[in-house]
Design a protein around this ligand. Structure first.
Ligand code: FRU
Length: 515
């Protein structure tokens, strides 16, 4: 991706042809959210390029979503933090750009916290500030051949995130001589009364701490010999989560990596372990790579900070650096995943991350259709005139034998979501979906291993015009994938070569949040 950064910026510099303001303005104004492939209940910017979600924070009843944004074009370019807010994680209000590039550099990924004790002094105890911690990327220093072009800066808001001021003494954490030094995710660690920063540094994670968000001390390193190393480490997150059905808590370290994902390109791996305020330790096998989502279209995802009751809600960028800049959408590129609640589940002595659609999805549900438990031999059509499968959530529990859910239309376009018993893998096949030759590296059939061992599989499938997110075994194995069909895939059929039992079939049409 680094390479791509240069190509784009050089192209702009040489041609001198930044899109003019009028054109951009009118593109934005004419955006209707009815364009071909436009997601109807996922967040996407009105126009132009978006990548990672940033600064996810809940504050005074509002979820804040910032995002890597290039407001002047439909490919990656000089990064800003775009901004939107929501009360229910589905209906978003677009706000003005929160952070613009400045003399220290472009604004790369990072996080935001509520500084409840006003440790930074940017607010007051009565009106605690929101503080954003992000990476400055200096193109000038990079072009000049320096290695120290990524540094961490901070900015704050004392008006519920409506306006932002950059700290006058930025950067607060200077580059230590490694080019890739970015994507700070910060949380308050109560036992040590310190802010802890998790930072991606080339091929490992560094932990830093601070009492005031302004001066930082290095704590430890993790990961140089753990997990996947097929690409650079990016966008980490560290948090404690509850093991379902027990009082046990474990720490989860998310690390995005690009390339080197299980189905090619970008993906997010995780490590389960312990964190004592200074060091992350894990008993995981060093060679193990395990992914929060095996699909090709969930990258750079992190969790919101400051949600009451330690609830962990995750959002990812629903795309992939291998082809995200080529996808056939206009006048915008990219959306986020749906919000997912993160918890932990134990199978034997192994702990897995469980992702499930956050319950707020009910705010966009209409009627729900429940079908009788049945046996399927050959095929069963699950849709009816009330249910348009291309905008729906469908769940069912089926025998763990070969099966496939086929989303299709009259033109023979289809996306297949299934289970292959012989290899114990789930898959999505998007090879017959119309537009799939827009990029060289766009995998057509992708797989996820099955970890659960029961003889029934619960499948929850969420479809939104050009994406399908599938949660198998209640979110232990997940596959998210984009697709670009010429017409909506509004029909859903369950196929099974040998008879299988199906129970708890529930289908809910979902509403657009943009109209
Ligand atoms: C991940 C990433 C981050 C970086 C940002 C730049 O997709 O490469 O590491 O901060 O995107 O836009």
């Amino acid at each position: 991706m680094k390479y791509a950064f240069h190509v784009i910026l050089l192209a702009l510099a040489f041609s001198g042809c930044r899109p003019n303001e009028m054109t951009e303005q009118s593109t934005t104004d004419s955006t209707t959210y009815t364009e071909p492939h436009r997601p109807q209940f996922h967040f996407s910017p009105r126009a132009n390029w978006m990548n990672d979600p940033n600064g996810l924070v809940y504050h005074n009843g509002e979820y804040h979503l910032f995002y890597q944004y290039y407001p002047d074009g439909m490919k990656w370019g000089p990064m800003h933090w775009g901004h939107a807010i929501s009360k229910d994680l589905y209906h978003w209000e677009h706000l003005p750009i929160a952070l613009f590039p400045d003399s220290l550099g472009l604004i790369f990924s990072g996080s935001a916290v509520v500084d409840a004790n006003n440790t930074s002094g940017f607010g007051t105890k009565e009106n605690p500030p929101l503080v954003a911690i992000f990476t400055y990327h200096s193109m000038e220093r990079e072009k000049a051949g320096k290695t120290d072009y990524q540094n961490q800066g901070i900015a704050y808001s004392t008006d519920n995130g409506r306006t932002w001021k950059k700290y006058e003494n930025n950067p607060v954490l200077k580059n230590q001589g490694i080019k890739d030094f970015r994507d700070p995710k910060v949380f308050w660690h109560s036992p040590s009364s310190r802010w802890v920063m998790t930072l991606a540094v080339k091929d490992h994670i560094e932990f830093w701490n601070s009492g005031d968000l302004k001066s930082w001390s290095k704590l430890s390193d993790f990961g140089i010999d753990y997990g996947g190393h097929g690409g650079v480490w990016e966008c980490p997150d560290l948090f404690e989560a509850q093991v379902d059905g027990s009082s046990e808590k474990r720490w989860v370290l998310l690390v995005s990596i690009n390339p080197g994902g299980p189905n090619g390109g970008s993906a997010t791996q995780y490590f389960i372990g312990d964190f004592d305020g200074k060091t992350f330790t894990t008993s995981a096998d060093k060679a193990d790579s395990i992914w929060i989502d095996y699909g090709p279209d969930n990258y750079a995802g992190v969790t919101f900070s400051n949600i009451p009751n330690n609830r962990k809600i995750f959002l990812g960028w629903m795309s992939n650096w291998d082809y995200g800049q080529e996808v056939p959408t206009t006048p915008w590129r990219s959306a986020n995943t749906i919000p997912r609640d993160i918890s932990l589940a134990k199978f034997g002595d192994k702990v897995y991350v469980r992702s499930t659609p956050s319950r707020e999805i009910e705010s966009i549900a209409t009627t729900s259709v429940t079908l009788k438990d049945t046996e399927v031999k050959d095929s069963l059509v699950l849709t009816n005139p009330q249910l348009n499968a291309s905008l729906s959530v469908v769940s069912a529990t089926v025998d763990a034998k070969d099966f496939s859910f086929v989303l299709s239309n009259e033109n023979g376009e289809e996306v297949v979501v299934g289970f292959e018993k012989s290899s114990n893998r789930f898959y999505i096949d998007r090879s017959k979906t119309g537009k799939n030759d827009f990029a060289a590296k766009y995998p057509l059939r992708v797989y996820a291993p099955r970890f659960a061992t029961s003889d029934k599989v619960k499948v929850t499938m969420i479809t939104d015009v050009s994406s399908v997110e599938v949660f198998f075994d209640d979110g232990i194995s997940v596959l998210s994938a984009l697709y670009f069909s010429n017409d909506p895939l509004s029909k859903l059929t369950l196929h099974a070569p040998a008879a299988i039992n199906v129970s708890g079939i529930k289908a809910m049409p979902l509403k657009s949040v943009w109209r």
